[in-house]
Design a protein around this ligand. Sequence first.
Ligand code: NAD
Length: 486
Amino acid sequence: MITVSLDTVPMTIGGVSTVASNGETIDTVNPATGQIIARIPNATVEDVDLAVAKASAAFKLWRRTSPEERAEALLAFATVVEEHAEELSALDVAENGSPIREMRKDAAAAVSQIRYYAGLVLEAKGETIPTTWNRLNYTLLQPYGVVGRIVPFNHPLMFAASKIAAPIAAGNTVIVKPSEYTSLSALRLAELSKGVFPDGVFNVVTGYGNTAGDAMVRHPGIRRMAFTGSAETGRHIQATAASVTLKTITLELGGKNPLVVFSDADIDKAIEAAQRGMNFSWQGQSCGSTSRLIVQQDIYNDFVEALAASVEKMRSGMPDEESTQTGAIVNQLQFDKVSRYLRVGVEDGATVVAGGHVLNEGDFANGYFVRPTVFKNVDPSSRLAQEEVFGPILATMPFTDYDNALSIANGVRFGLTASVFSESLKTTTRFARDVEAGYVWVNEVSRHVAGTGFGGVKDSGIGREEGLEELLSYTQAKNVHINIED
Ligand code: NAD
């Protein structure tokens, strides 16, 4: 069992380890055991002010570094993450309940994202615009200054580590606020980054969303915010920021993503994808989870039966055990929400064909465990089909023809990802064109492809991350017009 010191784990602000200005802390709990494992600072408005002041001071020097120097620093940071991957992953496992074998992949993904942006530093370039003979016109892409990044609980290390790479590559300094439930890996990361970046380039502030997070959103010294989290919080952040000042805000929000299977699909491949796409291995706690499975009527019963049989075989277990395939839900709040949706599905007339219950005996007695669950015959307009559960519950439903599949797929307020399975090029190409989503997989699911932009439409977000567009989104264009007449 992983143990973490019960002393308060400090924040790193301006390169200095610091606790909250009023000394307050938040207990952090292992969701698999219910044990308090550490205390984190409950940052105040004053702590956020300090972080902005330190990050602003650091920006004055950081913006003057060469792109190559910034790339070198990012590469060194990637190596630090790689060398401490096991330790950092273990902190995530202890706090967010996902299995160790999955959290190791997060560390590897973070390392590769950081290296990707280190390689892109020279791409933050402007353009020259043709104009009259004795004039020169060009653009400079300049950093914003202090960037605020607020991240959620589901991939704590991956988000804290990889989401600072693009802003830092572009010459900004960053303040990260991790989820109050999963701050330990970000805190450790900032500690490890001392000496890798100049003091104040990478700061971590911990605390509640409505205090520390809110102070960042309101702070006029942060002109660029990037938020990853729920649609409700995203909208709240936009409104709050606008009530104080103008900010550029990008939003990576929730999803209720469709996976559509036509009857001419490779069925075995589609069944495997439906299980993998649901991310039961993170207890369904992923924005990209294909939580609506929409299958053509004539193969629906057999398909769902085979899928349910496979899902039933998944091994629930303690997150720090290597053989565990599905772990614990992150906290009591999420556990109660997921449990409620187990009831909602039944109330709304759907049938449980796999899972459908919590685990609360033996090893599982003190943790938040829910068996991977598949519902059959979910009404597309019902709550289970419309609302993001962010838990291990897959809603399945049949469709008749292409138009019906598309109307179900697009019939939600979200539009993050979509996946389609068919052997017909015409069907899949039309679907990719017509579906309302920011990322579409054809005969494939879940894969984040290096260099491609990820993000949503509709209530799933604004902006694209993980590609060149993310780097450029941390710059502002300045146009320069020069008179070169004699
Ligand atoms: P959340 O919105 O509750 O919290 C996310 C972060 O926002 C946390 O750090 C929290 O402290 C902070 N926060 C909360 N209220 C705030 C406020 N008023 N002002 C400022 N900050 C505030 O989300 P969560 O429960 O941690 O994460 C789950 C959600 O994140 C799901 O909806 C999921 O789909 C989404 N998500 C999206 C992506 C993506 O890339 N699109 C990736 C991962 C998770």
